[in-house]
Design a binder for this molecule. Structure first.
Ligand SMILES: Cc1cc2nc3c(=O)[nH]c(=O)nc-3n(C[C@H](O)[C@H](O)[C@H](O)COP(=O)(O)OP(=O)(O)OC[C@H]3O[C@@H](n4cnc5c(N)ncnc54)[C@H](O)[C@@H]3O)c2cc1C
Length: 445
């Protein structure tokens, strides 16, 4: 997802910085605004399960724990406010292809083909579940529209469509052999308002009796006598039968028996002011989520007449994690000009966020610590909206019994654990793309 631009300019005007557009429009506090005392009343020093992190992964895991064990005492410990991290700052795509690594060899590996199809089905069920149990999430049917204009990216996209066919995942490939128009693959999916989704899940968790605590930063999690000891930064402690770590890109700041095998990626987004009818008519419709895979990887959608636009990834970042460096803002605005030529659209909001990404871009869901009662549930990469929902039952199962009960979930987790970087399959994929460039396309054009 690394992108580049040769030209750099200053941003056009100063947009509102800090909280994401979603956090701001849903009334989230400014970082640091929550009184720490708010998290102290009624503190219990012994619970059945503690979940560290109040993003999508933590909240969904707490919900799955509560559904499986309605009488259990469960606490979610969130350092700032729920949805403070990537879960409150993303683009809201419930990705129908949340495990891209498996696409590279799904044509020769039946397990990966099964897992891709299963995840795709799971994302549609997850959207349905959200609409029912977290009303207000703004779950909307949408089309993921992946566009490629370059010859190589277009050939690669055609291969992706072939893989989707093999996995029986609904898709439509449109490819103009003259290559003047972009190659496009469309896949049915959903979008959400990400921060509203977090609020909906928080309400659902509380309805199930989960104690969701904000302003409760955890400092240390360690094996204790018959359970796990959690120490907060302000000295409070809680003892739990098992603890789930769902702290995403912030995990390194916690003292844990073992650290996550993931690196931190920073990503930046902006939202325009409300657009005129004329401008809206030039953009893909309300029900599209566009991903362009050309010299830059960018993605965008509409929300409440605004264009929500993102796609610059960086491994290094200065300042707090909401900050958007001027150069990045200028790049995003230039990229927006390329996506909507001549529009000169400006940012009204700009924000940053960070996420954890493993080598395979699949999450790390496993037991750690001497007793195995500390469960890592991290590394959701750039497709965590869907993936966190699909994998929450696995993390909950490991915390409760050390096992994943549902046979399909168990099979999926095994596929996740066994996946290595598919170097050979990647080379084969590239060779086929190269062959497609010299042969007439075999599919539907
Ligand atoms: C700009 C951007 C755009 C994205 N777009 C999409 C998209 O369109 N679709 C998609 O599927 N994915 C997208 N993603 C990725 C997705 O947002 C993440 O994968 C997902 O939100 C991860 O959820 P999480 O719960 O693991 O992490 P987070 O939401 O980051 O939650 C971790 C929580 O842990 C808390 N925490 C940290 N340390 C402590 C501590 N010591 N004590 C207590 N709490 C702590 C944090 O405050 C935070 O609330 C995007 C990410 C970014 C940054």
């Amino acid at each position: 997802m690394l992108s580049w631009l040769s030209r750099r300019a200053a941003p056009r005007s100063r947009p509102a910085l800090g909280r994401s557009y979603w956090q701001r429009s849903n009334g989230a506090p400014e970082p640091g605004e929550i009184a720490t005392a708010a998290g102290r009343a009624g503190w219990r020093s012994k619970v059945d399960y503690a979940v560290v992190g109040g993003g999508l992964a933590g909240l969904m895991t707490a919900i799955r724990l509560a559904e499986a064990e309605p009488t259990a005492d469960i606490v979610v410990l969130e350092a700032h406010f729920v949805g403070f991290g990537a879960s409150g700052r993303n683009a809201g795509l419930v990705s129908p292809l949340p495990a891209p690594v498996w696409m590279v060899n799904a044509d020769s590996d039946r397990e990966h083909a099964w897992a891709l199809a299963r995840m795709n089905k799971g994302t549609h069920l997850a959207a349905k579940w959200l609409a029912e149990h977290a009303p207000g999430s703004e779950v909307r049917p949408a089309t993921l529209r992946i566009e490629a204009t370059g010859k190589i990216t277009a050939a690669g996209l055609a291969r992706v469509a072939e893989v989707l066919e093999i996995c029986r995942i609904d898709n439509v490939l449109t490819r103009d052999p003259s290559a003047r128009a972009p190659a496009v693959v469309e896949v049915p999916t959903h979008t959400v308002d990400p921060f509203a989704t977090v609020l909906g899940l928080t309400a659902r968790a509380r309805r199930l009796g989960v104690d969701v605590r904000e302003s409760a930063p955890v400092q240390r999690v360690e094996d204790g006598l018959r359970g796990v000891d959690v120490t907060l930064e302000d000295g409070r402690t809680v003892h739990a039968r098992a603890v789930v770590i769902a702290t995403n890109a912030y995990t390194d700041s916690l003292q844990l028996p073992a650290q996550a095998r993931a690196k931190v990626m920073h990503n930046y987004m902006l939202a325009t002011p409300e657009l005129s009818d004329e401008m809206l008519a030039r953009l893909p419709g309300r029900a599209s989520f566009v991903v362009e895979i050309n010299s830059a990887y960018v993605f965008y959608r509409l929300h409440a007449r605004r264009l929500i636009y993102g796609g610059i990834d960086k491994l290094a970042h200065r300042g707090d994690d909401f900050t958007v460096p001027d150069a990045v803002l200028a790049q995003l605005e230039q990229l927006m000009d390329q996506s909507v030529p001549g529009s000169r659209l400006e940012a009204a909001h700009a924000w940053g966020g960070k996420y954890h990404v493993t080598r395979t871009e699949l999450p790390q869901i496993e037991r750690t610590g001497r007793s195995g009662a500390i469960v890592m549930n991290v590394g959701y990469g750039g497709t965590g909206v869907a993936l966190t929902m699909l994998c929450a039952g696995m993390a909950a199962g490991l915390a409760r019994t050390g096992k994943v009960e549902d046979p399909d979930d168990r099979r999926l987790l095994t596929a996740i654990e066994r996946t290595r970087l598919p170097v050979k399959a990647g080379l084969r994929f590239a060779t086929r793309v190269a062959a497609d460039l010299t042969l007439p396309s075999r599919r539907r054009d």
